[in-house]
Design a binder for this molecule. Sequence first.
Ligand SMILES: [Zn+2]
Length: 130
Amino acid sequence: MLEYSIDIPPIFTASVFVHPNAGLLLQDYSERSRILTGIALPSYLEKLAKKYPPVITSHQVELLSGFLESHHQSAVINILEKYEVLWEDLIKGVRCPSCNQYAMKRNRMRWECPHVEHVVKKHIYAHYMN
Ligand SMILES: [Zn+2]
């Protein structure tokens, strides 16, 4: 931020699932602490604020915000090439919590499995397994 003479504060990244009925089932995922529900976000931010007190003024925050907005560029990367993953190696679909097949279909605001009469009306879980 030489243009504004601002020292760049520490940057943290997290994924937040904000749907009130979102459930996260993560097993042995090393970055689990950076994947949050909307309910957990305030305490996550409070912990960061305690550990890292503000180092820039509100005016500098406005400058940074304007700078980021005016310099934004969408990332153009082929994520499969970047991580050397083949399309065929991906497990595609949404897993049925009843029969464990990746066959759930979205139908009128709910998820249904064609193999069993299992319907998930309120929420679907995000899964990650090593
Ligand atoms: Zn099923």
